[in-house]
Design a protein around this ligand. Structure first.
Ligand code: SD4
Length: 342
């Protein structure tokens, strides 16, 4: 097994090893046995928590819940869970969903005051006959289930919100290259913060070969109150079919919802596409219907039943993290860029 700490370091400084792995990623990567993949740089830490479950023979569902909770509680992460940037009125409003190998799923949307929406989503799946609870009803359910009511707007996020309010422009922007964030209006990611990306979407395969997925986010920063993106919507932000594989998305959720993106990726894999080809076709579908979506960022990440992993995004810069018994915490910077002329 590779040295975990060393690999993280190597990933972040862009070593020669990373370059080699990145090239491999362009054609897809094959993972062996139990494995977990997740979106963006913060997927590295999330994968560690998931791997702690998988490496002991644990269930994929438990792994993805444990993994998704890591960015949810990270105070430096302003796009997932506690400390997420609020809506334009200052409310931190969270979206999450989870899906297991049996096709069971649960979701919460526009949930406020609860730090771990992914765990509430799991309770919706396991304790109710429903798939999704939203807003006040989701909060009521979470409190009934014993989740503590908390203030999720941190001082740092409040300062960022106050700064945004000076112009109060509502125009979702593409977040592409790492380091671009300071140049955008801060709609997505952290202005000036290179390692703060968006939603975490996570997919895991356990020792029994079962697949589960989780997706959790605070959504688009400064969104309209009540706005819900793709992340908590089964089929849009996440989809798992245990016969085929799983997919998840990140980026401007409206574009993903319009095309039921993650379901589309899984169905394309069912028809024989590789994970990467399926992700690419889903991106192309979005752009074909709406060419000006190329201004936005949407990325898909997928794994099939055989452990082959692929990703594609409208803009370059979409990174994802991989972890199995041999490749621990490997971060792959996204090279996939769709070009309308290609
Ligand atoms: C949303 N897809 O709410 C999420 C957020 C995200 O890049 O991933 N932003 O639309």
């Amino acid at each position: 097994m590779m040295n975990r700490r060393g690999l993280i370091g190597a990933s972040l400084v862009g070593s020669a090893m990373l370059g080699a792995k990145a090239s491999a990623a362009e054609g897809g990567v094959k993972l062996d046995g139990p494995c977990v993949i997740s979106t963006w740089d913060f997927g590295v830490a999330a994968n560690q928590a998931a791997w702690a479950v998988l490496s002991k023979g644990g269930r994929a569902l438990d792994a993805v819940e444990a993994g998704a909770r890591v960015p949810e509680q990270d105070l430096k992460n302003h796009s997932v869970g506690r400390a997420g940037y609020p809506d334009r009125d200052g409310h931190v409003s969270l979206d999450a969903c989870i899906m297991d190998e049996l096709g069971n799923c649960g979701a919460v949307a526009a949930l406020e005051h609860i730090a771990h929406p992914i765990s509430v989503a799991r309770k919706v799946m396991e304790k109710t006959p429903h798939v999704m609870l939203v807003g006040a009803g989701a909060l009521q359910f979470a409190l009934e289930q014993g989740f503590p009511r908390e203030e999720l707007l941190t001082p740092e996020s409040r300062i960022a919100w106050e700064a945004w309010k000076k112009d109060a422009k509502y125009e979702p922007k593409a977040n592409s290259e790492v380091g671009d964030y300071g140049k955008t209006s801060g709609q997505l990611g952290t202005p000036g913060g290179a390692n703060n990306h968006d939603t975490i979407g996570m997919l895991a395969i356990d020792a029994k070969g079962n697949i589960a997925g989780a997706c959790t986010t605070s959504g688009m920063a400064w969104k309209m109150r009540g706005r819900v993106g793709d992340s908590p919507i089964i089929g849009a932000g996440l989809y798992v079919d245990n016969e085929v594989g799983g997919a998840t998305s990140t980026g401007v959720g409206e574009e993903v919802i319009r095309n039921v993106g993650s379901f589309l990726v899984v169905e394309l894999m069912r028809q024989g596409r590789s994970p990467e080809a399926a992700c690419r076709e889903a991106v192309e579908r979005i752009l074909k219907k709406k060419p000006n979506a190329k201004e936005f960022q949407v990325g898909f990440l997928a794994v099939n039943k055989q452990g082959e992993v692929g990703a594609w995004a409208i803009q370059s810069g979409f990174s994802y993290a991989l972890c199995d018994g041999k490749k621990q915490d490997l971060l792959l910077p996204g090279k996939a860029t769709y070009q309308l002329t290609s």
